[in-house]
Design a protein around this ligand. Structure first.
Ligand code: AGP
Length: 369
């Protein structure tokens, strides 16, 4: 096992650091920034159905559900198709309105999650085309979907998913750009710009991983905290949910992720000088609004930990702590902004003496409904 950990203390840490490679592997042979095209072998034959889809329903659980939420923003923005993201476990119990002409995308790292499998079977039985975004090759979900795109993240051993999340988002990004191109909702020039920036993401993640001292310092200061709040807007909202889930899973600290503006509808009551509030200020088009939210937290003496870029000095001035991430386009920001959150949960869990790779009560693959 020590050999498999490759010198890292835990599989989770190894997998966090593997993300630049996992994403490069996921992109390899699929994107072409010269001519602005994307080739996804597994779904080429069904692209016409995806192009003509009335709507897309994404079904998944846990972290995969969070990547699905990022997918919703990407598909709606780039390919102008309505998307609904369903908890796979709830899908069957709401008499789902799904049928011919609809496309379901089932997202699963393991490819064995019982709830996701049940949802895709239901969608298939009702006549929808079902696509898979799966890591484990030959898994049940990979076999039962009509077509799909493997994420090629390599084996993920840590129960807390890290590299599978970023690789799932990478696949959904490629699918959204490809669909946008084929539907004509984005131009070839735009697609080329997007693909060029997408190809730079592994290096940007590498940059975050090069120096983790600030995030370790923040982790040491807040390892005592019984509660955490994570706030984000737009593409950073699913990242807030994912950051909170990571912390809950491995450090057993109660954490909630919220769309930042929802704070005033309830969670703001929780904020006092004891509450660490992680703000993901990584999307340009919501920055002004995010700054107002940060001011609201500050006025109530919340301890602000910001994830932001070096250009965003306004955020850094307001926050008590700031972890700097490289600039990228809003659509790709989750791939970079989630990295410090994975590290934050990891270092806090280690400080608290938790079993990082096998947290209590959790299994890597949940094969019961
Ligand atoms: C992630 O950190 C979790 N352990 C969990 O939420 C997981 O993402 C969920 O169970 C879905 O698993 P899957 O991707 O293998 O379907």
């Amino acid at each position: 096992e020590e050999i498999e950990k490759g010198g890292y203390d835990h599989f989770m840490l190894k997998e966090i650091f593997e993300q630049p490679k996992a994403i490069s592997d996921c992109l390899r042979g699929r994107i072409n920034s010269e001519d602005g095209t994307i080739t996804l072998g597994g779904i080429e034959d069904v692209m016409d159905k995806l192009v003509n889809a009335k709507r897309v329903v994404i079904a998944a659980c846990g972290t995969s559900w969070h990547s699905g939420l990022v997918g919703e923003y990407l598909f709606e923005y780039l390919a102008k198709v309505p998307v609904e993201v369903e908890y796979a476990s709830e899908f069957r119990y709401k008499e789902p309105l799904i049928g011919e002409g609809d496309v379901m995308i089932a997202i699963s790292q393991s490819g064995e999650t019982a709830d996701t499998l049940a949802a895709l079977r239901e969608a298939k039985a009702r006549g929808a085309l079902v696509l898979g975004v799966v890591n484990v090759v030959g898994s049940t979900i990979a076999r039962e979907t009509d077509a799909g795109v493997y994420i090629h993240a390599g084996p993920e051993i840590g129960v807390a998913s890290t590299k599978a999340f970023t690789a799932q988002v990478t696949v959904l990004t490629m699918m959204a750009i490809k669909l946008g191109l084929e539907k004509g909702t984005i131009t070839k020039t735009r697609a080329t710009e997007l693909i060029t920036e997408l190809s730079r993401i592994p290096a940007k993640i590498e940059e975050v991983l090069e120096d983790t001292t600030e995030i370790q310092r923040i982790s040491n200061l807040f390892s005592y905290a019984p509660n955490f709040l994570y706030l984000g807007r737009s593409y950073s909202f699913p990242v807030a949910l994912e950051g909170a889930l990571k912390l809950k899973e491995i450090s057993y600290i109660h954490a909630e992720g919220y769309p930042a503006a929802e704070m005033k509808h309830g969670p703001i009551a929780l904020i006092d000088e004891m509450m660490p509030v992680v703000v993901i200020a990584a999307t340009h088009h919501t920055n002004d609004k995010m700054i107002s939210n940060i001011e609201e937290v500050r006025a109530r003496k919340g301890r602000i930990i910001a994830i932001s870029t070096s250009e965003n000095t306004e955020v850094a001035d307001l926050a008590e702590f700031t972890t700097i991430i490289p600039e990228t386009m809003d659509v790709f920001s989750p791939l970079v902004s989630v990295i410090p959150l994975q590290l934050l949960s990891y270092y806090i869990a280690v400080n608290r003496g938790c079993n990082v790779d096998q947290p209590r009560n959790l299994a890597k693959s949940v094969t019961v409904e």
